[in-house]
Design a protein around this ligand. Structure first.
Ligand SMILES: Cc1cc2nc3c(=O)[nH]c(=O)nc-3n(C[C@H](O)[C@H](O)[C@H](O)COP(=O)(O)O)c2cc1C
Length: 129
């Protein structure tokens, strides 16, 4: 079985509404230039937000947040504000509109490049860090 490695929280924002989702289909594609890909299924609200704004933050969580990470991967922002529902604190990002998730170990926040797979099964969002 092929399993992905790191688990992160992807935060996004559209029309003033912040959202956050768990993602594990994340991979470093290149060191120079630095390229990271994350596959976000078209069903996700995150996909809608990121497609519209071409911005996201990759939040690298701490182990203590395991239960929150799990929940962020179970519920959708379509059903309400996930930051509030999960007790997450949004922190302003310097470079992009989407907030960072306070308390994470690290953040990658840059404009991204969208690329779509021919079958439209998944959309890859590449962020230059
Ligand atoms: C551990 C874990 C990893 C996940 N990884 C991904 C992923 O890489 N890509 C994806 O599209 N969904 C992934 N999901 C599912 C989304 O996090 C989930 O559908 C979420 O509810 C989407 O939220 P949204 O609709 O607010 O964007 C994962 C879920 C879990 C629990």
């Amino acid at each position: 079985m092929i399993v992905p490695g790191p688990v992160v929280l992807i935060s996004s924002m559209s029309k003033g509404q912040p959202n956050v989702m768990t993602a594990a289909w994340l991979a470093a594609q290149s060191l120079s230039p630095t390229l990271i890909s994350v596959a976000i299924h078209p069903d996700r609200l995150t996909h809608q937000f990121v497609s519209a704004t071409e911005e996201l933050v990759i939040n690298i969580p701490v182990m203590e947040a395991l239960s929150t990470i799990h929940q962020a991967g179970q519920i959708s922002g379509r059903d309400g504000d996930k930051f509030a529902a999960l007790g997450l604190e949004p922190d302003e990002s310097a470079i992009v509109e989407p907030p960072r998730v306070a308390g994470c170990a690290g953040y990658i926040a840059k404009p991204i490049r969208l690329s779509r797979f021919p079958q439209q099964v998944r959309t890859f969002l590449e962020g230059a860090a």
